[in-house]
Design a protein around this ligand. Structure first.
Ligand code: TIU
Length: 225
C-alpha cells in the first residue's frame, strides 16, 4: 500500500514496506551540554527542538513496523579511524578523544557517544557507527538497506547541514529517495537549518524531498496501526 505524503518540492508516495526511518546522530555529544557540539562553541538548546518531533515519528514508525536505523558519529578508542585532519582542529583540550564531562569526546563506548535516552534504540533496530559525517561512508548502511528492500528513507537527526546533508547527498547518489522531516532535524545555526532544507528540495528536489513530522503522522493515519 502506498502512502501519499505532503512534501516539497512535490508530494511523494512511499511504500512503508520499502521505507526506513533513519535517525542521524541524536547523540549526547551533540545534544547535551559538555559534548562535542558544545566544545565546538555551539549552543545545544538550538538542536534540542528536534527531540520531541523525532520521538513522535519514532513511536509511530515502531507501531507500523518501519525499519528503524540509528547512526552515531564517533571513533575507536585508539582513534585509528579518525583522520588527523579531523582531530587536529579547534581547541586542543576539546578535540576528538580529549576527556570531557561525558567521557572522551566522540569516542565509541563513552557516555557522550550514546544516543540520547529520549530516542534510545530498541533491540532489533540497527545502530550504525560511522567515522564520518555521511551515514554511508565506511558503514554497512547500504547492505542493510538492500537486504531490507528499502528504496525510500525518512531522515531525521542532527545537524541539518552537516551529517543530515552529507547522508542525504550520499543516499541520493546511490539511488535512494531521501525525505527529510524538517522539524525532526536541527542545526546549531537556525539559518543553516533553513537554507539546508531549501537546498534539498530546490531545483525540483535536487537531493530529495522535505516534509514534516506532522505531515508524516497525518499521512500515516488510518489503516496502518
Ligand atoms: N558540528 C556539526 O554540526 N555536526 C557534526 O559534527 N556532526 C553531525 O552533524 N552529526
Amino acid at each position: 500500500m502506498m502512502i501519499e505524503l505532503k512534501a516539497a518540492p512535490a508530494n511523494i508516495a512511499f511504500d512503508p514496506a520499502r521505507t526506513a526511518l533513519v535517525i542521524i546522530d541524536m547523540q549526547r555529544d551533540f545534544l547535551e551540554p559538555g559534548g562535542f557540539g558544545e566544545t565546538l562553541g555551539n549552543d545545544v538548546s538550538q538542536v534540542r527542538v528536534a527531540i520531541a518531533p523525532c520521538q513522535r515519528v519514532l513511536a509511530r514508525a515502531r507501531e507500523i513496523g518501519l525499519l528503524v536505523i540509528h547512526t552515531r558519529e564517533g571513533h575507536r578508542p585508539d582513534l585509528t579511524d579518525a583522520p588527523p585532519a579531523k582531530i587536529n582542529r579547534g581547541n586542543p583540550s576539546a578535540r576528538i578523544g580529549a576527556p570531557g564531562p561525558m567521557g572522551r569526546i566522540l569516542v565509541r563506548g563513552e557516555p557522550g557517544h550514546d544516543i540520547i535516552p529520549e530516542l534510545a534504540p530498541r533491540a532489533g533496530e540497527p545502530v550504525l557507527d560511522k567515522p564520518g559525517k555521511g551515514a554511508f561512508y565506511q558503514t554497512d548502511l547500504e547492505i542493510v538497506l538492500r537486504n531490507g528492500h528499502i528504496d525510500t528513507l525518512l531522515v531525521c537527526g542532527v545537524t541539518t547541514e552537516v551529517c543530515v546533508h552529507t547522508s542525504v547527498r550520499e543516499a541520493n547518489d546511490r539511488g535512494y529517495r531521501a525525505i527529510v522531516l524538517g522539524d525532526c532535524c536541527a542545526s546549531y545555526f537556525p539559518e543553516f537549518h533553513a537554507v539546508g532544507l531549501k537546498m534539498i528540495s530546490a531545483q525540483g528536489g535536487i537531493f530529495g524531498w522535505v516534509s514534516s513530522s506532522a505531515d508524516l503522522l497525518t499521512a500515516l493515519e488510518g489503516g496502518h496501526g
